[in-house]
Design a protein around this ligand. Sequence first.
Ligand SMILES: O=C(O)CCC(=O)C(=O)O
Ligand SMILES: [Fe+2]
Length: 216
Amino acid sequence: MSSPLFPLPTRTVAPGAVHVPGWLDVGRQRELVDACRGWARGPVPMRAARLPSGHRMSVRTVCLGWHWYPYAYSRTADDVDGTRVAPFPEWLGELGRAALAAAGEPADAYDPDTALINFYDEHAKMGMHQDKDERSREPVVSLSIGDTCVFRFGNPESRGQPYTDVELGSGDLFVFGGPSRLAFHGVPAVRPGTADPETGLSSGRINITLRVTGLG
Ligand SMILES: O=C(O)CCC(=O)C(=O)O
Ligand SMILES: [Fe+2]
């Protein structure tokens, strides 16, 4: 729920990894859903990225600022149609700074230059991985809207234990930086039917991550 009667407290899941439940109010979530609908239309269409194995990811993704594909960033979507990716809007950078401040992290100098917008249908998952294609080790800011998911947050050494399964609901913020910046993480399950239609997303889950690429 985005506006629970008794909001869950902020929780440090691992050093540098902070979960802030219900950070985005429903109005803000609705604005983000509308913006995501626009970004998904283009200039680069939302797509399921193809992995080096030849398989496609079950999650569909569109990017701003820099286009991510397994496993690099570029200014043009060379694995889709060669189009230049949409710019990263300044207001998302401001949202990123507000997010870090809400998580109790230093925020003033945070200047993300890319956003990955992931859409999960009820069957989509994301395997355990590190976000390591960025040259910068500035924190990742993650925002969730729609269906609740299980977010598995682990350690920088391996895909295995120790990890913590966190339920990320609509409006939740999760920040990982510092000693957890390269922690393995993934989404083993989405819980269908848990979205609040008030956000404008009646089914499925959107996840937006803001990152600093450190690329020129
Ligand atoms: O969907 C999520 O919560 C995580 C997404 C993620 O790990 C990624 O895009 O690299
Ligand atoms: Fe990730």
